[in-house]
Design a protein around this ligand. Structure first.
Ligand code: ZN
Length: 293
């Protein structure tokens, strides 16, 4: 077992292959608790959030944000995760309670829940005039294959992606994490072959995370037979960027009549952040003041 959520990057000695490995058990469990997800929805949400953290770990700028949106035709509805360069992430799944029977013991039906007809979209806001947007059709809705397809088709980077979320019988997250292997242009096939075989031998990543006591130890197994260097490390956490001011500003954007109606019908003006389920309450007067400001 690994104590904390973090991510490491490893590069082989010749710089041809880079690997990122993430442990995300606590943050996926926090997402699960906040959204009260079913077992299959936890796995789907956890895979998308873990993928986003792995994909966003190359960002440098303080305000850089990467968003992954998975929109299939399954009953989960769209799943969205956003992460920043400091290793914090948040995510939502449209139908957190949606669930399907497992395909086999320990094999949650994530692909079916998400649906394979649809798109995976990646939006990178790196402080340029326009965000970078890449969108590819889903391959299976299992997320890992879909992310690999995104890298190949949208960024022309051959990648091997594995993501895993192990859900316990009490619905808590027993282990979550993932890894991405990326080949630089002209990478030696024999190096890739060794890594691929090592990853097969490692077995499912969620189980490897339970067996190993650190990501460095998993990296050692993935790079077995190769010389490599540790190229970076980043702590990871579930953290939302919503706050009182931001949601007040959104609510103040509604019409006066609409706000009055909400207060009359509900007895209060309350909004809930879609990404973390935090509730915020406002007084009508306070929002009207904001409108004037
Ligand atoms: Zn929030």
């Amino acid at each position: 077992m690994i104590d904390n959520d973090y991510l490491i990057k490893v590069v082989d000695q010749s710089g041809q292959v880079r690997i990122s490995i993430a442990h995300t058990t606590a943050l996926v469990d926090e997402a699960r608790t906040r959204h009260d997800t079913s077992a299959t929805a936890s796995a789907a949400l956890g895979r998308v959030l873990t993928a986003a953290l792995l994909m966003g770990s190359d960002m440098k700028g303080d305000r850089d944000v990467l968003t992954v949106r998975v929109d299939g035709d399954g009953i989960s509805g769209p799943i969205i995760a956003t992460v920043d360069s400091r290793g914090t992430g948040r995510a939502l799944i449209s139908n957190p309670q949606a669930d399907l029977p497992s395909k086999a013991p320990g094999k949650l039906a994530v692909g079916e829940l998400v649906g394979k007809n649809g798109f995976l979209e990646v939006i990178k806001d790196l402080g340029m005039k326009q965000p970078f947007v890449g969108k590819v059709p889903l391959v299976s809705g299992e997320i890992a294959e879909d992310v690999a397809s995104y890298y190949l088709r949208s960024e022309q980077i051959p990648s091997l992606v594995t993501l895993g979320v192990l859900v316990d019988t009490d619905l808590s997250i027993k282990a979550a994490g993932g890894l991405i292997v990326q080949a630089m242009p002209g990478a030696d096939d024999s190096i890739l072959e060794i890594i691929e075989n090592n990853i097969s031998a490692l077995g499912p990543i969620s189980e490897a995370l339970v067996r190993h006591s650190s990501l460095e130890s998993i990296a050692g197994q993935v790079m077995l037979g190769l010389s490599y260097n540790l190229a970076g490390q980043l702590p990871l956490s579930f953290k939302c960027n919503c706050n009182n001011e931001r949601l007040a500003a959104i609510m103040a954007g509604l019409g006066v009549e609409e706000l009055r109606e909400i207060e009359q019908n509900a007895g209060k003006i309350e909004v809930c952040c879609n990404f973390c389920n935090e509730r915020y309450q406002f007084k009508l007067d306070e929002l009207l003041q904001l409108k004037k400001a």
